[in-house]
Design a protein around this ligand. Structure first.
Ligand code: NAI
Ligand code: MG
Length: 357
């Protein structure tokens, strides 16, 4: 197979971590005989500096023509004074919206080797955590009409969803739940919000096609509470854009390691955009301190979801586990008795572990 991948390193640690993910992808290519063509594009603050806009049309075009995008992170203090519509983060919304990426997958996995990093009590997470948050990404309040009154004294945002929008994300979530434990929790605020009542009704309708999946509904405030009270009750969670943003951050933090968690943004075909969930960490940019594992694991998700290379995806995930098992740690996940390594060495260790018997 020949893969056509657009790399968007972005700002801060973005270039540091994307470089290491490429190292690992190259190791996979060597082992598997597949080939890859990379095209590197600008987005975020670096794009503002070079072209005046956060998302140059050439980047969106290249992404549209590719099979998949691997993104580092965008933003940083240098662009904090840029007006709202021209901020680096606009590039993310532009890519998600422009590419029609309505389905955001965020696995929150507590690696047994890193259980010390989990902020919850040991008995609450005994047996580990492996939660998949499926977040709707192109609808809801983040894309609704908004406004500020002329006197600056009032403002509004609107949340809207159509049945079609809910159906397509619900179907994705049911499919994913079917491939895992068969448990799906749909999160909404149906006691208050009209959009949530439509959400719940639509998810219920979809459920008839998936009798093998056990569906439950939770209100979002309860879901937030349950995630820290008894997170092991969850397998797959599906929810709308803003609730998903908040719950997936919460779910990721109970695994204790922002530098470990990948994400995928998908649509109906096999195209996808893959990125770590963390930001551009300007405090450690260019210092060989960033943990590249979230980006490396995002590349594994790319192999799985876009290229349907399950074996190769597992190869990368197993390599990461082995490197952790052997005690190698970047600063953010370091604990007593482990060996500290930098960004580059971590990437090299994983690349070397790929495909080892
Ligand atoms: P952040 O995720 O960049 O950093 C939070 C903390 O975690 C920092 O102490 C950082 O050093 C650390 N950290 C993050 N990733 C790490 C890694 N891979 N290895 C080791 N440590 C890591 O979030 P923050 O500080 O709120 O935002 C910084 C910039 O990133 C802002 O401009 C923000 O807008 C942007 N951002 C971009 C995102 C994206 O591109 N998807 C997402 C979130 C924030
Ligand atoms: Mg967020």
């Amino acid at each position: 197979m020949k893969m056509d991948i657009v790399l968007i390193p972005g700002d801060g640690i973005g270039p540091d971590i994307v470089r290491e993910a490429v190292k690992v992808l190259d190791a996979v290519m060597d082992k598997s005989g597949h080939t890859v063509k990379y095209t590197t594009c600008l987005a975020g603050g670096c794009a503002i500096d070079e072209t005046g806009v956060p998302l140059p049309p050439s980047t969106l075009e290249a992404a549209q023509k590719s099979d998949a995008v691997l993104l580092g992170a965008v933003g940083g203090p240098k662009w904090d004074t840029v007006p709202g519509d021209m901020r680096p983060e606009k590039a993310l919304l532009g890519l998600r919206g422009g590419l029609g990426l309505f389905c955001n997958l965020r696995p929150a996995i507590l690696y047994p080797q890193l259980s010390a990093a989990c902020p919850l009590k040991e008995e609450v997470v005994a047996g580990g955590l492996d939660i998949m948050v499926v977040r709707e990404l192109t609808g809801g309040i983040y894309f609704g009409e908004r406004g500020l009154s002329a006197d600056g004294q009032s403002a509004y945002d609107t949340m809207a969803y159509s049945t079609a929008e809910v159906e397509r994300i619900a179907r994705k979530a049911f499919e994913i739940a079917r491939g895992r434990s068969g448990r799906l929790t749909s999160v909404d605020k149906a006691n208050i919000l009209e959009t949530s009542r439509l959400w719940r009704k639509t998810v219920e309708c979809c459920a008839t096609a998936y009798p093998d999946v056990q569906l439950t509904h939770l209100y979002v405030d309860n879901a937030a509470m349950q995630l820290v009270r008894a997170p092991r009750q969850f397998d797959v969670i599906v929810t709308e854009n803003m609730f998903g943003d908040i719950l997936s951050d919460e779910a990721s933090m109970i695994t204790g390691s922002i530098g470990m968690l990948p994400s995928a943004s998908l649509r109906e075909d096999s195209f996808g955009m893959y990125e770590p969930i963390h930001g551009s960490a300007p405090d450690i940019a260019g210092k060989d301190l960033a943990n590249p594992l979230a980006t490396i694991l995002s590349a594994a998700m790319m192999l799985r979801h876009t290229f349907k290379l399950e074996e190769e995806a597992k190869m990368v995930e197993t390599a990461v586990s082995r490197v952790l098992e052997a005690g190698w740690r970047t600063g953010d996940i370091f604990s007593e008795g482990c060996s500290k390594v930098g960004t580059r060495q971590m990437g090299t260790l994983v690349a070397e572990a790929v495909g080892q018997e």
